[in-house]
Design a protein around this ligand. Structure first.
Ligand code: AMP
Ligand code: TRP
Length: 333
């Protein structure tokens, strides 16, 4: 049986290798299976939970669509749209925020990380962000949600919200309870500068991540400068698991090449990192440089990108408006 897929990516710029390996690569595989129906959303409402320059936001929305297409998502086979253009998302988020409990949201670790020390100054949107994410997913009767490891807790909250709504209004299967699709291995790609932090769009140092718009020379330079420890390459899995930076680099190599960790360790055991890095650069360049070229080409075709969003929004609206109508009836509006 085909799956109903929904996932979202924030248009906040600097889409990177972590986004690709944790999420977008899986979108492409799911999209290639004709039995699945896929909806990929540029979540611009989520983006404004922290300050955005309107001009940058507009560009970043297009860049996110360009990245989807350049990575291999087929706009004919899936729905690609931006969240703000389908008003059911905002409406459902309000209604679901009356279902979700403060206690549930207070447990969300991503809010704590993003709000930092001064929680009083964080926007209310940043706090209720996971409720909007639940609305996104539930409006489309989604069965599976491909995401990186950092979204696992938000998915669990979404399931709790769906369950409580179904119970409160005595409609057993009204909201489908979605399953997360998270890579078994390397579902969290780490910074190239610090193996204990995740690779992130907002990290100040550009050397910490490989952007999907980086060219060949930038990729090679960043891998050359990537942090490692002073020891030679690890010789077994146990050793690898204790060495964060080595683990991350070998993990990236494994994810992109399809080679197992054991095989990679066997090949490079005891060698210098520089030799491994040459091989890693080759694999990353082979995969990412063509995507980067295609993104830049597509960014010159603004009308084409806007047309994809417009058509996608219409299709998304057809689905979401029906679901929100039923929600209204159930709630008593
Ligand atoms: P965001 O950029 O926060 O909208 O994330 C888009 C998708 O990329 C989500 O599914 C995230 O879980 C995933 N993602 C973001 N950063 C990483 C990372 N460092 N490693 C793996 N997946 C990631
Ligand atoms: N919160 C997700 C992130 O930051 C993005 C997102 C928004 C999403 N709505 C979603 C992901 C629905 C999956 C499904 O990465």
């Amino acid at each position: 049986m085909g799956k109903k897929i929904f996932s979202g990516v924030q248009p906040t710029g600097n889409l990177h290798l972590g986004n690709y390996l944790g999420a977008i690569k899986n979108f492409v595989d799911l999209n290639n299976n004709n039995e699945n129906s896929c909806v990929f959303c540029v979540v611009d409402l989520h983006a404004i939970t922290v300050n955005q320059d309107p001009k940058d936001l507009r560009n970043n929305i297009r860049e996110t669509v360009a990245t989807f297409l350049a990575s291999g998502i087929d706009a004919k086979k899936s729905i690609i749209f931006n969240q703000s253009k389908v008003s059911a998302h905002s409406e459902a988020a309000w209604i679901l925020s009356c279902i979700a409990r403060m206690g549930w949201l207070n447990r969300m670790t991503q809010f704590k990380e993003k709000a930092g020390k001064d929680k009083e100054k964080a926007s209310i949107g940043l706090y209720s962000y996971p409720v909007l994410m639940a609305a996104d997913i539930l409006l489309y009767d989604t069965t599976h949600v491909p995401v990186g490891d950092d979204q696992k807790q938000h998915l669990e909250l979404c399931r709790d919200i769906a369950q409580k709504f179904n119970n409160d209004f005595e409609v057993k299967d009204f909201f489908k309870i979605p399953e997360p699709l998270i890579q078994k291995q390397f579902s969290r790609i780490m910074s190239l500068k610090d193996g204990s932090r995740k690779m992130s769009k907002s990290e100040l140092s550009d050397l910490s991540r490989i952007n999907l718009t980086d060219d060949k020379d930038q990729i090679i330079n960043k891998i050359k400068k990537a942090k490692t420890d002073p020891l030679p390459m690890p010789s077994n899995l146990e050793e690898l698991n204790k060495r964060a930076e080595a683990r991350n680099l070998i993990g990236i190599y494994s994810s992109l090449s399809g080679l197992t960790l054991e095989k990679i360790i066997q090949e490079f055991s005891g060698k210098n990192f520089s030799e491994f890095k040459d091989n890693l650069s080759q694999v990353v360049v082979d995969k990412i440089a063509p995507i980067s070229v295609e993104i830049k080409k597509l960014l010159n075709e603004k009308d084409y990108l806007d047309k994809i969003l417009l058509e996608g929004s219409k299709k998304a609206n057809d689905i979401a408006s029906k679901k929100i109508k039923k929600i209204h009836e159930l709630v008593g509006f």
